[in-house]
Design a protein around this ligand. Structure first.
Ligand code: 13P
Length: 251
C-alpha cells in the first residue's frame, strides 16, 4: 500500500546554523513520537552533509531541492545527483514550479534529472501543477498530463520508486489553498493517468502529495481525501511547531 508522507521544502531559507538548529529541534520533537507518516526534510544543498547525520534516519528522511541534469564535469555552480547521494540524502525534489518558472526547467531537462536521481539511488519527489490562468481556463488536467511526460518515459520499475507532488502554483505561498474537493479531483485524475500508463497496482502504490499553503489547520481535511497521500510543505516547514501540526494530521 502507498505511504503517507509529510515532506518539508525549506526553499532558500535558513543559514547553515539555523538549518542545523531546525533539524535538531525536529529530531528531538519526534524522538518520543510515532508519526503515522514518513517525514522528510528537503534542505538547501549546503545543509545536507550536516543535517543528515543529525537526524534519526528511521524517522526523518533528508533530501535536496534540486540536482543537476548532467552527471559531472564543467558545469560551474551545479550539484550532481551523485554528490547529493554522497551526503547521505535519500530524496530530491525535482520539477518544482519555482525551478520551472525562474530557471527554465523544461520537461526534457527534468526527464534527465529524474533519470540521474534514480541512477544514484535518490527518490525523486516530482512536482507538477498549473498556474492560475491555466486553472481559470480549466486547463489543469492537460497541464499536469504534459508535465508527467518527464516521468512517463521511465520503466515501470523506476516509476514505482518516485513520489509525485501536485502543487497548484496559485496556492504556493499565497495562503490560498486548493479546496479538499479540488485537490481530490485532480489527485484522482493524476492517479488515473498513472494507472493508464503503468497499471492499477503501480498507481495504487504511488504516493501523491499536495502542496500549496498547506498548514496544520487545513492538513487534516486535505489528507482525508482518498487520493491525497500527504503534503509537500513550504512555509510551514520552517517552524517545528507548524510542521509537527501537519504531521499530526495523520494521527
Ligand atoms: P507553501 O507551503 O509555502 O505554500 O509552499 C509550498 C511549496 O511550494 C512546497 O514545495
Amino acid at each position: 500500500m502507498r505511504k503517507n508522507i509529510v515532506a518539508g521544502n525549506w526553499k532558500m531559507n535558513k543559514t547553515l546554523q539555523e538549518g542545523i538548529a531546525l533539524a535538531k529541534e525536529l529530531n528531538e520533537t519526534l524522538a518520543n513520537e510515532k508519526p503515522n507518516c514518513d517525514v522528510i526534510i528537503c534542505t538547501p544543498f549546503i545543509h545536507l552533509a550536516s543535517v543528515t547525520p543529525l537526524v534519526d534516519a528511521a524517522k526523518i528522511g533528508v533530501g535536496a531541492e534540486n540536482c543537476a541534469d548532467k552527471e559531472s564535469g564543467a558545469y560551474t555552480g551545479e550539484v550532481s545527483a551523485a554528490m547529493v547521494a554522497s551526503t547521505g540524502a535519500k530524496y530530491v525534489i525535482l520539477g518544482h514550479s519555482e525551478r520551472r518558472a525562474y530557471y527554465g526547467e523544461t520537461v526534457a531537462i527534468l526527464e534527465e534529472k529524474v533519470k540521474l536521481a534514480l541512477a544514484n539511488g535518490l527518490t525523486p519527489i516530482f512536482c507538477i501543477g498549473e498556474v492560475l490562468e491555466e486553472r481559470e481556463a480549466n486547463k489543469q488536467n492537460e497541464v499536469v498530463a504534459a508535465q508527467l511526460a518527464s516521468v512517463f518515459s521511465l520503466s515501470a520499475e523506476d516509476f514505482s520508486k518516485i513520489i509525485l507532488a501536485y502543487e497548484p502554483v496559485w496556492a504556493i505561498g499565497t495562503g490560498k489553498t486548493a479546496s479538499a474537493e479540488q485537490a481530490q479531483e485532480i489527485h484522482a485524475f493524476i492517479r488515473s493517468l498513472v494507472a493508464n500508463k503503468y497499471g492499477k497496482e503501480i498507481a495504487d502504490n504511488t504516493s501523491i502529495l499536495y502542496g500549496g499553503s498547506c498548514k496544520a489547520s487545513n492538513a487534516k481535511e486535505l489528507f482525508a481525501n482518498p487520493d491525497v497521500d500527504g503534503g509537500l510543505i513550504g512555509g510551514a516547514a520552517l517552524k517545528v511547531a507548524d510542521f509537527k501540526g501537519i504531521i499530526d494530521a495523520f494521527n
